[in-house]
Design a protein around this ligand. Structure first.
Ligand code: PMT
Length: 398
């Protein structure tokens, strides 16, 4: 299940004989490259040890609400924020009752209260306990809230009874949880994105730069991550927060951006250059602030060309898919096509930056996706939606 790659799943195990099946659930998530953390209630630990779950998940198992170590960093809130989905499997009648009441008297219930992600619940108990009207009322209450039910199934039970109450099979549970996530178009692919402007220093207080906000690059990073990519941004100075689960390196100048790209590029499958890299930099950096000169109304600063990061990667790293952007103010498609060929790119995304409502520092963009063989226009949309389209195009066409 490609769509689980890189996703954060919190598996909560409560007390019941089906707890042993949690081991198989962990294995299935791990083989789909999800990152899995395990939380166990006290009763769960009577059925299967935290050590087993730790060995299988590769992460420390969370058991205590009032652990001084974890709670110094607000452990329950951290866990809730970390999770893309929470799965309670098996979920006992007692846990269903506590969750339905909205109690917060142990780690699992507090994490569920604090979570904003979907919470899946796979009940497992004796058929009579499941059929009991109080359990049914509690379970229906949960379904009316944010909980998504999986099972239970009917069949023979550990106690010898027959009927509803068996936990659904681990395969089925993992399949249902995986449906929450998009299709994993770039699952497991390592994606490097440059974003934002560069600053080319003139003296200690002045620089040459441009209006790039980084929004295009950062929303592409989110879209690639949501499709299962392992994403890194090399960012010029911007006011944006690093998207969750994305690695970020900050740089200032084009030279610094080039150095960082060259340092790490070999780890990547896809390189997307959204950064508005300055084409020129001052030939000489002045160590002291340039003073205003009496009677001289013109100041000359000699500029020299920056190295082209995108071109050098496309020429030297043929095994990587290389995508460039073209910010144009006229003859958008023709100029972008020239850049596509000259820089030997797999795809160029051309945007008209003469229109102030798109391109630089706006929330929307309108672009042409151009390869050697195809040309596709995407009408004005939010950069978020556009980014999903671009990642889709890359996955399907390159
Ligand atoms: O950041 P936002 O406010 O969201 O704005 C988004 C954007 C307008 C900056 C973005 O959509 C965009 O068009 N980025 C490319 C801007 C640009 O520098 O275009 P260019 O035509 O000058 O460069 C062509 C390509 O070469 C770009 O992919 C650029 O990153 C790359 N380049 C350019 C010069 C250089 N020295 N090294 C490079 O890698």
């Amino acid at each position: 299940m490609k769509q689980l790659a890189n996703k954060h799943i919190l598996l909560c195990v409560t007390g019941g004989i089906a707890a042993y099946k949690a081991a198989e659930i962990i294995r299935l998530f791990k083989t789909s490259n999800a990152e899995i953390k395990v939380l166990m209630t006290q009763a769960a630990q009577e059925f299967i040890t935290p050590l087993t779950m730790q060995a299988l998940s590769g992460n420390l198992v969370h058991t205590d609400l009032l652990s001084t170590e974890a709670e110094a960093a607000m452990g329950h809130i951290e866990l809730a924020r970390w999770s893309d989905a929470i799965l309670i499997a098996p979920c006992s009648a007692n846990s269903i009752a506590k969750l339905a009441e909205g109690r917060g008297d142990d780690l699992m219930t507090t994490v569920c209260l604090a979570a904003s992600c979907p919470i899946y619940i796979a009940p497992a108990m004796n058929q009579a306990m499941w059929a009991d009207s109080r359990t049914q009322i509690n379970f229906n209450k949960l379904k009316e809230n944010k909980f998504i039910s999986i099972g239970p199934d009917a069949g023979e039970q550990a106690c010898g009874d027959e009927g509803f109450g068996r936990m659904s099979e681990p395969k089925e549970i993992v399949k249902i949880v995986s449906k929450k996530f998009s299709t994993g178009l770039v699952a497991g692919k390592k994606v490097l994105i440059t974003a934002g402007p560069t600053r080319e220093k003139i003296d200690p207080v002045r620089y040459i730069s441009n209006r790039s906000s980084g929004k295009m690059g950062y929303s592409l990073a989110e879209a690639a991550r949501d499709e299962g990519g392992i994403v890194t941004i090399i960012s010029g100075p911007v006011e944006l927060k690093t998207p969750e689960k994305v690695t970020r390196y900050d740089v200032e100048s084009a030279d610094e951006m080039m150095k960082k790209v060259n340092e790490i590029i070999d780890q990547f499958d896809i390189f997307i250059a959204t950064a508005a890299v300055a084409d020129y930099k001052p030939e000489e950096y002045q160590n002291q602030k340039i003073k205003k000169k009496e009677k001289e109304s013109i100041l000359h600063i000699d500029l020299i060309e920056n190295k082209d990061i995108l071109k050098s990667i496309a020429k030297n790293k043929k095994e990587i898919k290389v995508i460039g952007f073209a910010a144009e103010t006229q003859d958008i498609v023709e100029n972008a096509k020239k850049k596509l060929l000259e820089k030997e790119l797999d795809l160029i995304i051309a945007n008209d930056v003469s229109d102030k409502t798109i391109g630089f520092d706006s929330d929307e963009n309108e672009v042409y996706l151009i390869t050697k063989k195809t040309e596709k226009k995407i009408d004005k949309v939010s950069k978020k939606k556009l980014s999903r389209n671009i990642i889709n195009f890359i996955a399907k066409n390159l």
